[in-house]
Design a protein around this ligand. Structure first.
Ligand code: FES
Length: 135
């Protein structure tokens, strides 16, 4: 391989690695709610730029994705794939499983197999300042 071709190929490879690294560096806003009357309380102020946040709790096996729609209705889904229990991740407007490629909506509905069951959902309620996840 000539020097010029080597440099060109190396630069292309580094570009791909950089893009992959950027994808991996996506930051998520994660909070740990506090329990109040048996419900996990999340402050509405914790919703910063996204319409969703990840909520961690020792009471569930994976983070919860708490999302709100344009009508201020909140949905909480367990971020555990129903195919083989890998932890799923938000990716743009959907939730994806890194293990075998299943895709879900933010309301937990299966969009793409191999998963054939929706993500586990939890009931929510809210008041002026907080959202409550009924775990
Ligand atoms: S564990 Fe998620 S698609 Fe297989």
């Amino acid at each position: 391989m000539e020097r010029r071709e080597f440099i060109k190929n190396t630069a292309a490879f580094c570009g791909v690695i950089s893009l992959l690294s950027l994808e991996g560096c996506t930051t998520y806003h994660a909070v740990s709610g506090e329990f109040e009357n048996g419900k996990l309380k999340i402050k509405k102020a914790d919703f910063l730029q996204n319409n969703w946040i990840l909520v961690r709790s020792e009471r569930v096996s994976a983070p919860l994705c708490l999302s709100k729609n344009e009508k201020e209705k909140y949905t909480a889904v367990l971020m555990e794939c129903t195919h083989k229990q890998c932890e799923v991740r938000p990716a743009g407007t959907i939730i994806v499983c890194p293990c075998h490629g299943s895709e879900f909506s933010f309301t937990g509905k299966v969009l793409k197999e191999p998963a054939d069951k929706d993500l586990q959902m939890y009931q929510t309620s809210s008041d002026e300042n907080n959202v409550y996840i009924h775990i």
